[in-house]
Design a protein around this ligand. Structure first.
Ligand code: NAP
Length: 256
């Protein structure tokens, strides 16, 4: 007879330590607030936006949660290693890794510079490899862990003008599925979330025409909110998703 787990309501992530990359703004910020709201201690990673990261931390603390800002450029392999060592030294363990840090440098492929291609790949794809590579040894020792990689519908279906970005996000799906297979035997779940068009600074930067075309392509007729993505990430980070690994789940209002 399988014992039924009765989910605790509200604070399902109590006692867990979560690292969220790129949590100073947008979707990462919403993920940090949601995980903290469910009881996790959250490491709010940032690169350029220290002040915004500190505001996220203050907001979590004001609501009675625990958080700390931690600066690190995820495209730097050594810096990611130092960030992980610092967290493990201070908290003793890490239970949840959310690879959310990401950038765009959109252009048609015929005009795309090598620098813009490499920049996007280095942060969006290699950055996730860096944190996974450094944290995996602790997850393996614990025989437990949750990794959630923030991909994109562009990585699932492609998108004109985003060859670099779509390649990085499709690569993230391959990374997710491969690492999921490697780590499944140790009770470590690795999944990807693929948002569609979500209202953040990233999409606010789109020209008006592109925004209108994007909204017109959404069957639900509206853009999503960072919270829509964060709710799924919280589920994948908690114990209720313990038998789900290697999946890509779209949060896209029906696009894919
Ligand atoms: P955003 O508002 O532009 O925020 C990006 C975040 O990434 C910021 O917190 C930024 O931190 C961080 N970041 C950038 N480069 C970094 C680096 N080298 N090291 C560490 N952090 C870095 O973007 P968003 O819309 O919230 O997107 C978040 C994630 O969702 C990205 O991976 C994006 O590709 C993905 N996504 C977004 C959408 C959408 O419609 N918005 C759709 C699909 C997927 P600093 O400011 O501190 O540098």
């Amino acid at each position: 007879m399988v014992e039924e787990k009765i989910p605790a309501s509200g604070r399902e992530l109590a006692g867990k330590v979560a690292l969220v990359t790129g949590a100073s703004r947008g979707i990462g910020r919403a993920i940090a607030l949601t995980l903290a709201g469910q009881g996790a201690t959250v490491l709010v990673n940032y690169n350029g936006s220290k002040q915004s990261a500190l505001e996220v931390v203050s907001q979590i603390q004001a609501a009675g949660g625990a958080a700390r800002a931690i600066g690190c450029d995820v495209s730097d392999f050594g810096a990611c290693g130092r960030m992980v060592e610092e967290i493990v030294a201070d908290y003793g363990h890490v239970d949840i890794l959310v690879n959310n840090a990401g950038v765009t440098r959109d252009n048609l492929v015929a005009r795309m510079s090598e620098e813009d291609y490499d920049h996007v790949m280095d942060i969006n794809l290699k950055g996730a490899f860096h944190t996974i590579r450094h944290l995996t040894r602790y997850f393996l020792k614990q025989r437990k862990g949750k990794i959630v990689n923030i991909s994109s519908v562009s990585g699932v279906a492609g998108n004109a003008g985003q060859a670099n970005y779509a390649a990085s996000k499709a690569g993230l799906i391959g990374l997710t599925k491969s690492v999921a297979k490697e780590l499944a035997g140790r009770n470590i779940c690795v999944n990807a979330v693929a948002p569609g068009f979500i209202e953040t600074e990233m999409t606010q930067a789109l020209p008006q025409k592109a925004r209108e075309a994007a909204v017109a392509s959404i069957p639900m007729g509206r853009m999503g909110s960072p919270r829509d993505v964060a709710e799924l990430v919280a589920f994948l980070a908690g114990d209720r998703s313990d038998y789900i690994t290697g999946q890509v789940i779209c949060v896209d209002g029906g696009i894919v």
